[in-house]
Ligand binder design. Sequence first.
Ligand code: 5AD
Ligand code: FES
Length: 348
Amino acid sequence: MNVTQELLSRLLANQPVTAAELALLLKAQGKACELIYATADGLRSRRMGDEVFLRGIIEFSNICKNNCWYCGIRCDNTSVTRYRMTDEEIIETARNAQRWGCGTVVLQSGEDPFYTAGRLGDILRRIKEETGLAVTLSVGVRSRDELSRLKEAGCDRYLLRFETTSNALFSAIHPDEPFENRVRCLTDLRELGYQVGSGFMIGLPGSTPEMIAHDILFATRLSLDMIGCGPFLSHPDTPLAEKPLLADREIYYKTIALLRLLNPDAHIPATTAFDALDPDGRNLVLQRGANVFMPNVTPGKFRRNYQLYPNKPCVDEDGAACAICVRGRLANLGRPVGSGPGHTKRLP
Ligand code: 5AD
Ligand code: FES
C-alpha cells in the first residue's frame, strides 16, 4: 500500500490522523488525488445516501456593520447598493422556495442590527406556520440571549463559519471581532439545541496545506451537523483585492473530500463559490463528498447587490430559473432530490 492508500484506510477505519498527514493528502496529485475523491464519494453514498437536499438561500439584507477584509458587502464598500427585503418579501420568497422543492430555507444577511431577535423571530414564526419548512439562520455573531429567543421562535439550524483557525490571520482580517466570540457563539448554539453549521474559507492569503489541515481538524473537533466551506475569491473592492487563487486548484476539492472522510455523517453543501471557481464546480463537489445544494432563491432584483465575492453565479437568474437548473444538474449526476427537511443525522 502506498501512503495515500494507507492514510485513506485509516480515515475509513475512523483512526486519528495528524495535521501533517492531512497536509500530505492535500498535496496529493494525479492518481492519488483521484483516489481521495473516489473514496470520499463512496463514503458519502454509504453514509448519507445519494439524495441531494435542497436548501434555498434567501439573501434578505446586504447591510453589514462589519468590515471583514475579504467580503464584498463590508460596510466600507460604498459601491454596493444596499437593500433590506421586507418581512412580506422574505415570507413570500420562503413560500416560493417550498414550491421549488426546497425542504429548508436559509435566511442569510450581513450583520444587520435592524433585524433584532424579536423581528427575526416574528419572520421565523410566520415561515414555520405557513410552510413548515426547516429554517436555518446565517446572520453572524449574536448574543446567547438572542440565540435563545430565536430558538424559541422555532429556528432549527444556524450557520456561522469560523473562517480560519490561524489566530494571526483571523485577527488581521476581522477588525470588528475576536475569534473567541465566534467560538463562544458556536458553543452557545450547540448548548441551545441548534443543529450547528460552520466551516472556513479555503485558500485565504498566506494559507498553506498545513493551515488547511488544521482548519479541517478544527471543523471535525466541533462535531458539526453541517460543514460549509468554499474557495476564497478575491473581491476587487476590498483590502484583499488581487490576491491570487492557490496554485493547486485541486486543493479546494481535496479539502471537501477530506472533510467528508473525517465527518461521515455531516451534511456538506456544494457551496456556491465553487461555481465561481469552475463553471461546474458545484457538480464536482457533489461527486467528491458533498450531499447538499443551496439554490439561490433570492428575488432577481436583489441578487446583483449580494456579491460577497466576484463572478458569483446566478446573479442574472431568478429563483424559478435556479430551481429548474438545479434539477437538471442533479439529473445529470444521477442524484435524486432529497425529500423532507434533511435534518442532521446526529440528533439523539
Ligand atoms: N470569497 C469567498 N467566500 C467569501 N465569504 C465572504 N467573502 C468571501 C470571499 N471573498 C464567505 C465567508 C462567509 C460566508 C457567508 O461567505 O466564509 O462566512
Ligand atoms: Fe442558479 Fe444554475 S443554479 S442558474
